[in-house]
Design a protein around this ligand. Sequence first.
Ligand code: BTN
Ligand code: 3PY
Ligand code: ZN
Length: 631
Amino acid sequence: AFLEALIDHPQFRNGSYTTRFIDTTPELFQREPRRDRATRLLTFLADVMVNGNPELKAGNHPRPAEPKIPTVHHDAPPPGLKQMLQAEGAEAVARWMRDQTKTLITDTSFRDAHQSLLATRVRSHDLLAVAPAYARLLPDLFSVECWGGATFDVAMRFLKEDPWERLDGLRSAMPNLLLQMLLRASNAVGYANYPDNVVRQFVQQAAGNGVDVFRVFDSLNWVDNMRVAIDAVRETGAICEAAICYTGDLLDPSRPKYDLAYYVALAKELEAAGAHVLGIKDMAGLCKPAAASLLIRTLKQEVGLPIHFHTHDTSGASAASVLAAVDAGVDAVDAAMDSLSGLTSQPPLGSIAAALRHTPRDSGLDPEAIRRVAHYWEEVRAAYAPFESTIRSGSSEVYRHEMPGGQYTNLREQARSLGIEEHHWDDVVQAYATVNRMFGDIVKVTPTSKVVGDMALMMVTGGLTEADVLNPAKEIAFPDSVVSLFRGELGQPPGGFPEALQRKVLKGGAPLTARPGATMPPADLEAERAAAAAKTGQPIDDRQLASYLMYPKVFTDYAQHRKTYGEVSVLSTPVFFHGLLQGEETGVELEPGKALLIRYLATGEADEEGRRAVFFELNGQPRTIKVADRK
Ligand code: BTN
Ligand code: 3PY
Ligand code: ZN
């Protein structure tokens, strides 16, 4: 029927269709009969109740309570830095940052904190619920980091929600605050370099849909690989925070590769490249207080940009580094709301603000507001207990393995899935450090950190030593990501790759030394749009195109899920993960004015085909959904 309708269409018949055909005739591509939204949601719920939510690891997880949302007035929030950005532009905000004396604070709770503590699993439902409170209680924040990094793909892949809709909701709920995202330069929000026009298209969509501050970094600190993203951000009028990734130990004379001169030169390159703000991105939490002090003091003298310091608390000592940075004159720092802070996340925002209170560098944030918001996040966090790591304390071991906060729990999970976590986690950590040394001591942050992790896991599972890997006579099947790194597909590290190992990995193949984006042909955006439309059977707008260009398969699978189950992001988190209890009722708002009241009654026995009937009441009317029991 689909093909008939397609070939009968006058535009198709007279050949006047273009690649926009799919956009202008979506009805032809609506291949499945449209079930109503309520039925699709009930189908999702029925499936969760019969089979469990596939994203929840097996195990007995108690059903959490619904968090209590801090109540605030409904008046318009006070004007803030967003209004300054709109009225006066990015340069003016940067100048203001430098000229004022408060410690500016970015709250990372909406992005890095849960990326680092809860495997990025916090859902839009829980983020959006507290956003109006942020706009009214915390108008003096510098920014809310709430988008990008791993949140983009995790939203679609695991949470079955659209990251762009999350951004819409945050934008309208926090009209006075600067919304900040993490952008991996040429890797955008993915794990590989994209063609330049794909990076530009992504940045335009992100800025056009509400991102105000872009923290741009390259996973090898290669400025040449950051220029396309920096230029694209500047063109949109947003604030471009170009970041140095901090690694190694500035003060250790036995490790001269990443010394003060290295960072100063990098900072000057970023300033010349057009950064409005200089970011120091200490993704593993290696920047000790004395190093932070020296680095910031020196950079304040050597560059004219305001400086924004980001770190992780894996060591347990990061608050000391933040306070040292403040003392050395840093303009802005990152922190996470107390209940989402510490360990592999950022240091606690409330404690940092308290430490600075009644000093010349007071943050101006209200302790009572922080307390109320932190209390909300504490209740939210409880709903994600299955995604918590087993780490219980700060640990100086991080100075040895140098693993980014966002990777630690993830790699441990990878090790567990390979069955080597229990007895060999320490070997993996040791191997991670060894691989870094063999690779020439590189910056380790997404995506290079993933490459080092892949190699470390491969060495442990294969029982390989450093000597085995380096031995030219021993055949090694290197992971694809390692081959790609040594081919130069993520760019060039300072000082290049170790030559002997590179020859071995590439088996005589020639590496790329140019910027990958310079040799990659531009993507044919309209052909990609048409391909995405054909695969998903729906018209593709610019945001969906951006999602598809980043993650073709993840986006296509997500679109399919949405067709089958509708907008599952409207469900509260306990219901999304655990379904309803017998007799329980949940209200969901499909859109303003369109609410559903769902009550769960019972589930029947499996029939001959292994299907179970799940009985609900929908707005008082009985509804039965049959689902296959896959357990
Ligand atoms: C890093 O390596 O620098 C951070 C890695 C972040 C990848 C994350 S962590 C949680 C999430 N789940 C995944 O499967 N990938 C991302
Ligand atoms: C990311 O790229 O997601 C990171 O958080 C890197 O630190
Ligand atoms: Zn981080």
